[in-house]
Design a protein around this ligand. Sequence first.
Ligand code: SF4
Ligand code: SF4
Length: 361
Amino acid sequence: MEQKFLPKWIAWEVTRRCNLNCIHCRSSSTIESEQGEFTFEEARKLIDDIATISNPTIVLTGGEPLLRDDLFDIAAYGTEKGFRMCIATNGVLVDDEVCREMKKTGIKIVSLSLDGSTAEIHDDFRKQPGAFEGVLNAVEYLKKHGIPFLINSSFTKRNAFDIPNVYKKARELGARAWYMFLVLPVGRGEDANAELLDAEEANYWLNWHYELEKDLILKGDNTILVRPTCAPHYYRIFRQNAKRDGLDLKRRNLVFGTGGGKGCVAGQSIALIDCHGWLKPCSYFPISDINVFDVPFSKAWFESKIMQDMRKIDEFKGRCGSCEYLKICNGCRVRAYWKYNDYMQEDPVCDYVPVKMRKGK
Ligand code: SF4
Ligand code: SF4
């Protein structure tokens, strides 16, 4: 098991402080939030330790990572160690100076968040007038300096109607990839639970996304890569629909995706390290049982019971446990935990009934 499951992609929350106040924020960040325990020295130690078992992509995230004075020292150190260093930002603080630092320290790609095609929609979602303008400015700076970027878009009932327009906007802005994310019930999202898309709505938009992806593949259009994130059952829908359409669609590789070629790889090849050192299977996982300040990451990755459980897909329960698509999907462990208080349970946002569970089978 140990060799099969190695970290390929790690999100590292280098601060929880943030200059925005988004309704769906997984860490409920504000400008008052803490930076956490990673001093530059501790950050170097962590990077050295990760390098003993793997050479992953590291996404420096937050809060807003650009609020850290030593962010580019950390980035440079990771690059020196051979990691693919990336930054996830809301874009507001990106300027010429920041772009020069990104280039100097080997940042491979920047991920920006765009949740609406207009200032009205995006700023309402981000709870910050001017946030939309901030993203557009960031795009201009990144383009000017030749730094590739991708766009993550988060959706709930509030802004899902705008999904096709946000895709168009991401394409028009020149993003290398567009990742459609259906917001999860965690962090400040708990207050916004009433706004989360239900199984039927998720189905609608995932089917919409299949048509979009199919069209791009059939046209051989590689301008922009697209993929829903944290909707693992999209992998089932894609396969079912392609079969229905009689197509053998070759899916394209993601730009700095989380790898694995399946819906969810939480704890299998990805992880989050939060600003206090807690190791979690993914950025949205609400609990942790191990801290990298107590047990070095290189051991914690293997020793944490939660991380081990994520790899025991034969022990998943409910519909996921019986599902013929489990190996390409995995079901969302966070949604299972939220609904059943058991992360091994079925994903409640998928309404598929596996063949084995149908009457008479
Ligand atoms: S467990 Fe859910 S939230 Fe976490 S990576 Fe998997 S699909 Fe995404
Ligand atoms: S039942 Fe679970 S494994 Fe099967 S498609 Fe739905 S989420 Fe995926």
